[in-house]
Each structure stands twice: as structure tokens, then as C-alpha cells.
Design a protein around this ligand. Structure first.
Ligand code: COA
Length: 421
């Protein structure tokens, strides 16, 4: 494979927008995308005319099955007034948003385009959970895996089991990830679950009292997380609070060439590395405790950017299940294989830790509208790097950051490196 080269043209993010993530029975993904685009327009510091946008790259996994609407890219382009510019939908399962971002980056980096819109959207909650599970299952190997009874919680349970067996991790270690991400999500007004686990417990107690039922008597959040009624097993060892939820949401970012960035803002955030790699489906892998596509994508992105893992200040990673965040923290080179769970336990990945991960709340708490998630990650990094993340802002400068977006069980992974100059 060709050695990654620095981009011929610099690529900057100059504006971002996202809908709230959650369950919105009265909104289509089109409505959510319009909300996201309106917010983007308001965040471009010097304003801009949407007529300068040359293309739309849209991440969307399966609007066909989730909403009965295929061919989503031109529909979204029309909804935000971009027709007749070219609009294309990128589909790589839960990495669709990150892959769309990389295509937009390559278009600008090549010099072919100066201003592109990258978006992502998914409306999942129209279907009941069982059908959502089947629809997501289409991203796995439907010849060898799904007929064997696998679902996505089941795949990641297999990954967690292999990791526990090799490295001695326990299910309690996974709970550290859920607790941290809910703490972060509680500070994110766009998060689906914008509450800490203790607040969640209080809500449950208040609801029980209101209904005249006996109030639960959990000692603390650990007790709550071990309660089979409050936090049921989904696929051993993964419980409800180890899973990302089913989510509706949309997100978009405006990419422009470095030459033109200052027309839009004096505070651009540059993307300096964009790696992507593929792998066989999970059943065909020798090692379940690492995602080789993530390691490959990270290696490419770091080399292109001329940085090392140790240079990165914060990361938004694909925590579709708690185990996925632990493995991501190792695949990105932050922690040695088999030590990511200890780093989470020691608070190293907390907002005030040495390497904050998922300050947005991650997919676990912010929500996971699969086609939009990768774009949502870029938005969090943009805000943190500009010091605009509000109550969840990390201390000090954020000169370098990373996003890591996974499709299925790691058959696709895309990693971006961001720089604040
Ligand atoms: N974490 C914490 N609580 C959750 C939750 C989650 N991920 N998902 C739902 N809940 C809560 C709901 O808020 C609701 O709480 P309430 O009773 O206080 O209102 C309760 O659990 C039941 O919600 P419901 O939507 O009926 O849950 P469900 O049992 O149908 O679905 C999962 C739960 C975990 C099966 C579903 O969220 C899921 O499939 N997640 C994984 C999605 C996925 O695979 N994505 C792709 C990854 S690659």
C-alpha cells in the first residue's frame, strides 16, 4: 500500500451543527438534518452563503430499512437548499459518518473542491428494538454470522469474553466506562441520556414513589449496575448500561481548504490525518481482543499527520459497547494491549485524566444514530479544541485530537487527526 503522504492542500473545519440525539417520533431524519444544518450556519463565525458549498457527503447506514427511504443524499441536499450540487451517500455500517468525513477531506485535500458539507443522519427509533437489531445485523456477515444467532450485543459480548479471558478484566471494569461516559454526557445538552447514573437512580426512585411502589434501595451506582432488574443482562457479560442506545440524530461539519479558511473563521480546526482500513468479519479473525482495522487506520492517520499517539490530548472513540472503548484506547496506541481497562479504572480517560476519552458522553450516553455518529465525534473535537465545550471543557489547550469510528465489529475503521494551530 502507498505510504500516507501529508495532504497537498490543508483541510479545515470551520463550522459544525448537530440535532439533539434521542428518540423523536415526530421527526424524520430530514427534519433532524435541517436542524443540524441550521446550527452549522449559525456557528460559522464570519457567516457564509450556502451557495459556496460544492458537494454533500452524507453518512447513512440504512434509511431504506429504518425509514423506508433510500437515496437519502439528494433528499438531504434538497432539504437544506443545496441542489444541484452533487450529493452522495456513504455506507460503511456504523462508520458511515466517519467514512463520509474522510471522503470530504480527500476532496478538499486533493484541491478538487474548496468547500464541502459532510453530514450524517439516521432515524432508528421508528422500528421496535427487535427490528433494529435485525437491521443492524445486516452490517455483519449474513452468510456465516447471523444464521449462527449473532446480534451486535452478542458480537461485542464475544469480544469482551475473549478480552477478559486473556487479560483478566472483569465485568466491573466495564462499568467504569459507563459511569464516566454518563458523567460526561450529563454535561452535554445534545446527549440522549444527559444524566449521570446517580441522577438516573434518583429518577427511578422518584418514579417508583410516584406510582406508590416500594422505592429501590441501591447503596450506590455500583449496586445499581449490579441489579439485574435495573441493569439487565443483554448478552453476557454486557448489561444494558454496557450498550449504546437506539437513537435518532443528525450532524454536519463544513470543510474548507486551508487557503480559504480565514474567510469563514479566525479559529479553524485542521484535519491533518485521515486513515481508513478494512478487515474480515469477526468469525474469520484469529484475535478478538484488538481490531486490526483500527490499528491500521490509526497508523496511517498518525503517519500522514506526522504525530505519535503520545502527542494526542483527547479522543472521541467508538464506544458502541463499553468493551469497544477499552479496545479502542489500546488500538489507538494510548495504552498497551491488555491495560486499557486498568487505565479506565485509574481515571486516566476521565475529563481530568491524562488522556480524556469521549468527553461528549460517547455513543453510550450521547447516543448512536449510526450514520451520524462519526460526524458527531468530529463536532466534539472541534468544540473542545476551540474551548467551546462548556461545562465539559477539558482543562488547558487541546493542540491535537483524534476521532475513531468503527463499522460493525471492526470490518471498517476510520481515524482522523485534528490540529489546532
Ligand atoms: N443504556 C441505558 N439505558 C437504556 C439503554 C442503554 N443503552 N437503552 C434503553 N435504555 C433504557 C430506556 O431509557 C428505558 O428506560 P425507562 O424504562 O426508564 O424509560 C429502558 O431502558 C427500556 O428502553 P427500551 O428502548 O425498551 O430498551 P430495549 O430493551 O428495547 O433496548 C438495547 C435496549 C440495549 C437492547 C438497545 O438499546 C440496543 O440494541 N442497543 C445496541 C444498539 C446497537 O447494537 N448499535 C450498534 C452498535 S455496533
Amino acid at each position: 500500500m502507498r505510504k500516507p503522504q501529508p495532504f497537498p492542500h490543508a483541510v479545515a473545519i470551520v463550522g459544525v451543527g448537530m440535532s439533539k440525539f434521542g428518540a423523536f417520533p415526530d421527526k424524520s431524519s430530514r427534519d433532524l438534518f435541517v436542524e443540524a444544518f441550521r446550527e452549522l450556519r449559525a456557528t460559522v463565525d464570519k457567516g457564509f452563503d450556502p451557495a459556496v458549498i460544492e458537494s454533500l457527503y452524507l453518512g447513512n447506514f440504512s434509511s431504506d430499512l429504518f425509514e423506508g427511504q433510500g437515496h437519502m443524499a439528494p433528499i438531504m441536499a434538497d432539504a437544506v437548499g443545496l441542489c444541484p450540487v452533487p450529493a452522495m451517500r456513504l455506507e460503511d455500517a456504523c462508520a458511515s459518518g466517519g467514512v463520509a468525513l474522510r471522503q470530504g477531506v480527500l476532496a478538499v485535500a486533493s484541491g478538487m473542491q474548496d468547500v464541502v458539507l459532510v453530514g450524517g443522519a439516521e432515524r432508528m427509533t421508528k422500528l421496535p428494538t427487535a427490528q433494529v437489531t435485525d437491521t443492524l445485523g445486516a452490517a455483519a456477515d449474513t452468510l456465516f454470522e447471523i444464521p449462527a444467532g449473532f446480534t451486535f450485543p452478542g458480537f461485542y459480548a464475544a469480544i469482551a469474553t475473549a478480552y477478559m479471558h486473556r487479560y483478566g478484566m472483569t465485568p466491573e471494569h466495564l462499568m467504569n466506562v459507563a459511569i464516566k461516559n454518563h458523567e460526561n454526557g450529563a454535561l452535554n445538552p445534545k446527549a440522549q441520556f444527559g444524566v449521570t447514573i446517580p441522577d438516573w437512580m434518583q429518577g427511578r426512585i422518584a418514579a417508583a414513589v410516584k406510582k406508590g411502589k416500594p422505592a429501590p434501595t441501591w447503596r450506590d451506582q455500583w449496586d445499581f449496575l449490579h441489579d439485574n432488574a435495573a441493569n439487565p443482562m443483554v448478552a453476557w457479560p454486557l448489561r444494558l448500561f454496557d450498550c449504546s442506545p437506539v437513537t435518532d440524530g443528525a450532524a454536519c461539519v463544513l470543510l474548507v481548504s486551508g487557503e480559504r479558511a480565514r474567510e469563514f473563521t479566525d479559529n479553524p480546526v485542521y484535519i491533518i490525518g485521515a486513515g481508513q482500513a478494512s478487515d474480515a468479519a469477526l468469525h474469520d479473525r484469529a484475535d478478538l481482543t484488538t481490531l486490526s482495522a483500527a490499528r491500521g487506520a490509526a497508523a496511517q492517520a498518525y503517519e500522514q499527520a506526522g504525530v505519535r499517539a503520545s502527542d494526542i490530548r483527547i479522543a472521541e472513540v467508538h464506544d458502541c459497547f463499553t468493551i469497544a472503548e477499552i479496545i479502542a484506547s489500546e488500538d489507538l496506541g494510548f495504552f498497551a494491549p491488555g491495560t486499557g481497562y486498568r487505565a479506565a479504572e485509574d481515571g486516566m480517560t476521565a475529563r481530568d485524566g491524562a488522556r480524556p476519552i469521549n468527553t461528549s458522553g460517547g455513543l453510550k450516553s450521547k447516543g448512536h444514530p449510526v450514520g451520524a455518529s462519526g460526524v458527531g465525534q468530529a463536532i466534539e473535537v472541534f468544540k473542545q479544541m476551540r474551548g467551546e465545550a462548556g461545562a465539559r471543557q477539558v482543562a488547558g489547550d487541546v493542540p491535537l485530537a483524534v476521532t475513531h469510528n468503527v463499522g460493525a465489529t471492526g470490518s471498517t475503521c476510520v481515524v482522523h487527526v485534528y490540529e489546532r494551530r
